[in-house]
Design a binder for this molecule. Structure first.
Ligand code: PLP
Length: 382
């Protein structure tokens, strides 16, 4: 049994014919930037998320930066970011010259805690000269952030909501899809994300025409009427035509993959929930399962399990080992009254297990049994 953490090889083998045809078509047309494939993809992504404007770009990090640039976020602005996320979510804030303020998470969903958010906003208002402007709410591991509760806070303080849906694409709250909850939302098509291409790619979503137009300009060198008339300083951030062709094919079976991932998650949870803390999906929400992440009692139990899994050739990953506020790159931002007990605990105890639409149920059972055995053995020892 050879278990992959995310099996892109199997996905390709199963859909090889259509994907090869799509790639060959782009090669024969020899049109590699922009063109009708990119336009068609933007239209389909827009329809999928039910968000009026979709602008594709080079990657999910650029997508976040483009959103902040469209809002003129910069020096003196505070942007609230979960303490438990991939580095990009905070990096872009510093890139545009604003100040990231990290916020603790909810223990059961790993997503931004609305209560901690409000405490952080009040702290910034009382103790700093920064102006609170934006909350970056991350759909971590595939589950949408709690936008209902987050909006209650952002409405009170008049903040913009930027949804980082890099991991959330394909997830839902009720019948509304991820990337439709932020004033602007972004996603990533990095190969290991729920909807991945064969390189880097990203997209920005918004219902606001003015912001959409500005982002379209920003991602092509701040273009005006065309690329050679430049009305602002922008970036070079475009999605390749080849990637658009691959994504159009992958969109056709994307919902089936999400469905399968949800069946796998249910199987993991039914087998593991008595032994480890399994992920909680809130009422009415559907995860796209970018990761299936459990939490152990302590660091030693996690370490033992990783070692045991490795010996059985089962890959596992720690997402994420370090809270954002402890990253060296952010060491200048210290807020004496802001604390992150939950993020710190989760970073010590979490472990992500193999999860993808091509995992077999007997593989899920095998992985689960191994984990249960390690935990039972370690309990006997103490
Ligand atoms: C992957 C990821 C990004 C960045 O996407 P790239 O395409 O790799 O630049 C941003 N935020 C989160 C939460 C991510 O997981």
């Amino acid at each position: 049994m050879s278990i992959e953490f995310r099996d892109l090889k199997k996905q390709y083998q199963l859909h090889k014919k259509e994907i090869d045809t799509a790639i060959r078509e782009v090669l024969l047309n020899a049109n590699f930037i922009g063109g009708s494939k990119v336009q068609q993809l933007e239209a389909e992504l827009s329809e999928y998320t039910n968000v009026k404007h979709c602008i594709t770009c080079a990657n999910g990090t650029d997508a976040l930066q483009l959103a902040l640039m469209a809002w003129n976020i910069g020096k003196g602005d505070a942007v609230f970011v979960p303490d438990f996320t991939f580095f990009s979510s905070g990096e872009v804030v510093s890139l545009v010259g604003a100040t990231p303020v990290f916020v603790d998470i909810e223990e059961d969903t790993y997503n931004l805690s609305p209560a901690s958010l409000e405490r952080s906003i009040q702290y910034v208002l009382e103790k700093t000269d920064l102006e609170p402007r934006v909350v970056i709410a991350v759909d971590l591991f595939g589950q949408p952030a709690d936008f209902g509760q987050i909006r209650k806070v952002t409405n009170k303080y008049n903040l913009l909501v930027l949804e980082d849906g890099a991991q959330g694409f394909g997830g839902r709250i009720g019948n509304k899809r991820a990337c439709s909850f932020g004033d602007i939302a972004t996603t990533s098509f990095f190969p290991a994300k729920p909807l991945g291409c064969y390189g880097d790619g990203g997209a920005v979503f918004t219902g606001n025409r003015e912001w959409a137009d500005k982002i379209r300009s920003l991602c092509v060198h701040g273009k005006g009427i065309d690329k050679y008339e430049n009305i602002r300083i922008g970036m070079n951030s475009r999605l390749d035509t080849l990637q658009a062709a691959v994504l159009l094919k992958k969109l056709e079976f994307f919902n089936d993959e999400i469905l399968k991932c949800n069946q796998i998650a249910a199987e993991y949870t039914s087998r593991l929930s008595r032994f480890v803390s399994t992920p909680t999906i809130k009422e009415g929400m559907v995860s796209s399962w970018a990761q299936y992440t459990v939490c152990f009692q302590n660091c030693e139990e996690r370490k033992g399990t990783i070692e045991g899994l490795r010996k059985s050739n089962i890959p596992s990953m720690v997402y994420y080992r370090k809270p954002m506020h402890l990253q060296k790159a952010f060491e200048e931002f210290k807020y004496d009254r802001l604390e992150y007990p939950i993020t710190e605990k989760i970073c010590e105890c979490c472990l992500s297990l193999p999860m993808h639409g091509y995992l077999e149920m007997d593989e899920v059972r095998y992985i689960s049994n191994q984990i249960v055995n390690f935990i039972r053995n370690s309990m006997v020892k103490v």
